[in-house]
Design a protein around this ligand. Structure first.
Ligand SMILES: Nc1ncnc2c1ncn2[C@@H]1O[C@H](COP(=O)(O)OP(=O)(O)OP(=O)(O)O)[C@@H](O)[C@H]1O
Length: 364
């Protein structure tokens, strides 16, 4: 029988024969660790899984005692495991953090409403206060409305741009010092690859940072940067965690899907491939002649932006004026039509396409 399957991560059978665990040498091995292919028992798997995350947190000084940390909680496997493991580590290692669940309700009927029910149960199961903020309240539009206006093709751009800002705004309401998200090693390797494929040097240079946005309103970090998706699914399965495993109904991004499959193939042949791609991403050096966007603030909403208007304001403007494609495709300074030649067109295309992810924005 196959192991748990979720979100593209089909696992090998968790049984590992009658051998003894290579770590403790006492209990029977219950699984082959996807990251190292070691045969280990369940108890040792929990220990190494949690220890590696603890090491990542400590070595990268992700938190300071007394901080308020908002966990971006979608109800999916990654953020559910993150909420569970972070509250366990906070207790065991006395991090001294105040943890909160922060959910963004994008307004996707039959998807987010169901996954939010999972987060509401997690609130009780883990004893973590939950704050939900919605696109409808923040922007006056749900994703259902946006898809009606724009169709399926570019909807991920809206969703990703709005979510990024909504997480900041929700975290500000919680007076959080930090946001953590469940982006895992597979997600990061995939983003490295996509940024190479798109020639998006600005994002390539920062997509492997474990903490980003230190110059913005609230820094955000990724404690699962080195954690394999397959191990997250295994952990959730063995611990019987309550999570929601349906893919977004509006998620058509074939290009990212292709990169994802490619990485899964590499992982099958060589499990280290995921870590190696991340390592390559970490070690790229950007040539000093490459033009990088300059960070400023949006004239309208004050949110960080490298243009006069931030992407969220441009997209919202388009929606409200009945021109939903305004902020999509070829734009000049984030708004209006492009007219001055190839190079600018290429840059603006890059800006726009690189905002699209499995769920929109992966530039965390
Ligand atoms: N609606 C949301 N509300 C709060 N946080 C979110 C939401 N959607 C995504 N996130 C955060 O961004 C991370 C990456 O999200 P994404 O949907 O791209 O990946 P995923 O692999 O499906 O994650 P998950 O399994 O947690 O849903 C999530 O782990 C979560 O921390």
């Amino acid at each position: 029988m196959d192991g748990p399957a979720a979100d593209g991560a089909r696992l090998p059978p968790p049984r590992a024969g009658s051998r003894l665990c290579v770590r403790c040498g006492e209990r029977k091995a219950a699984l082959k660790r996807p990251k190292t292919l070691e045969q280990i028992c369940r108890e040792c798997f929990y220990i190494v899984f949690e220890d590696e995350i603890h090491q990542t947190i400590v070595e990268n000084s992700l938190f300071k005692a007394g901080e308020r940390v908002a966990i971006g909680a979608s109800g999916g496997k990654d953020s559910t495991v993150l909420a569970y493991v972070l509250s366990e580590l906070n207790r065991h290692h006395n991090y001294g953090l105040d943890l909160f669940l922060l959910s963004i309700d994008e307004g996707i009927t039959g998807y987010r409403d169901d996954s939010l029910e999972t987060v509401k149960r997690n609130e009780i199961q883990y004893g973590l206060p939950l704050k939900i903020v919605s696109y409808k309240d923040l922007y006056g539009w749900t994703m259902d409305d946006i898809v009606k206006a724009i169709g399926l093709k570019n909807n991920c751009t809206f969703c990703g741009v709005f979510r990024r800002q909504a997480l900041d705004r929700g975290a500000a309401l919680l007076k959080a010092d930090k946001i953590v998200t469940g982006h895992n090693a597979d997600d990061i390797a995939e983003t490295v690859l996509l940024n190479i494929l798109r020639g998006d040097i600005a994002r390539l240079s920062r997509c492997t940072f474990i903490t980003t946005g230190e110059d913005g309103p609230i820094p955000r970090c990724k404690p699962f940067k080195y954690t394999y998706e397959k191990e997250i699914v295994m952990y959730a399965y063995f611990k019987k965690l309550d999570y929601f495993s349906t893919e977004c109904i509006y998620s058509p991004n074939a290009y990212r899907g292709f990169a994802r499959e490619f990485i899964k193939d590499l992982e099958r042949m060589r499990p280290r491939a995921i870590l190696d791609i991340i390592k390559s991403g970490e070690n790229f050096r950007i040539s000093t002649t490459t033009r990088m966007p300059e960070q400023g603030t949006c004239e309208r909403c004050g949110y960080i932006s490298s243009q006069k208007l931030c992407k969220a304001c441009v997209l919202l403007d388009g929606l409200n004026r009945g021109l939903p494609k305004l902020g999509i495709g070829r734009t000049k300074s984030g708004a209006g039509a492009d007219s001055d030649g190839k190079q600018r067109t290429k840059r603006s295309e890059r800006r726009n396409t690189s905002l699209q992810g499995k769920h929109g924005n992966f530039d965390f």
